[in-house]
Design a protein around this ligand. Structure first.
Ligand SMILES: [Zn+2]
Length: 288
């Protein structure tokens, strides 16, 4: 669920050129010092996934803040976190719309299947419409879509998919030039190491305009609680919270539009999740 936007960037793919050159080199005879032929290099070439095209590094709009934040906000978000853990709102989505995380890529290379990236989206249409899509069987690969969680305008966090599973939240995508290729016929994506969450779009955002009236305070509370849960469980640093607009390599996604990073920042600060640059700092947080 995202908004189409005219492609504004054409990224040259040097990966194809690189692989072509390597394949050419592999045809040259190669021998070891003992005179025995070395293993053909072409095997190694076939076993390596292509690298993503050039991509600007992600610069998180969230800033490192170690001073204590608002205690009222902290209590508010902690209450959301308790609700999230104790009274789960879940939906059973159709198995065609998600999969298992892969432990090897399409070229046989081992993968770390643990989530280490959080991607923010928006639904564009109401949350009910998104849920209907997820519970509907989609046999065609191109139609399959899912997120791990949705956040309604009233702040309710609907847990759609077990974070251990692989959601189909982004197509052709990468984060800081990292992706996983699970099908050699198509380009890579971040789905194997990502958690996807989508905010319900307000009514005035049901179009392709560049912005809308934004998300509610309750949605930011719910989002901060969910992010805290995931960050602590998987040791994900705040620098790895990004957007679909950033990871999308096709230049077509703009979501989440009108996202207020300052609203998220004050909540994560109140929980002590913005101090430090890496996962270790999370375990000094009061939530651990
Ligand atoms: Zn999206």
């Amino acid at each position: 669920m995202s908004v189409d936007r005219p492609a504004v960037t054409v990224l040259a793919s040097i990966a194809v050129i690189g692989l072509g050159a390597a394949a050419w080199l592999s045809r040259q005879p190669r021998f070891t010092a003992a005179g025995t032929p070395a293993p053909p290099q072409s095997t190694a070439v076939r076993n390596q996934a292509p690298t993503p095209p050039p991509q600007q590094p992600w610069r998180s709009p969230l800033e490192r803040r170690c001073q204590p934040g608002s205690s009222a906000l902290r209590l508010q978000v902690l209450q959301r976190l308790r609700q999230l853990r104790q009274n789960r709102v879940t939906v059973a989505i159709h198995p065609t719309n998600y999969g298992d995380r892969y432990s090897r890529d399409a070229f046989g290379q081992p993968l770390d299947p643990r989530p280490r990236l959080i991607v923010l989206h928006e639904t564009v249409y109401g949350i009910g419409s998104a849920i209907n899509t997820f519970v509907t069987p989609h046999p065609r690969d191109d139609d399959q879509v899912s997120y791990h969680a949705l956040i309604g305008q009233d702040g309710t966090v609907v847990q759609v998919l077990d974070p251990e599973k692989r959601a189909f939240g982004a197509g052709n995508s990468a984060f800081n030039r990292s992706w996983v290729v699970t099908n050699p016929a198509v380009s890579g994506s971040v789905n194997n190491f990502a958690l996807h969450v989508s905010l319900e779009t307000p009514l005035d955002g049901e179009d392709a305009d560049p912005g809308h009236s934004g998300y509610t305070a309750a949605q930011y509370d719910g989002l901060a609680a969910l992010l805290a849960d995931w960050m602590l469980r998987y040791r994900i640093p705040y620098q790895n919270i990004t957007t679909h607009a950033y990871v999308d390599l096709g230049g077509e996604r703009a979501d989440p539009r009108s996202f207020d990073w300052a609203a998220l920042e004050i909540r994560l600060q109140a929980l002590g999740l913005l101090c430090g640059t890496g996962p270790r700092s999370l375990f000094r947080s009061p939530l651990s």
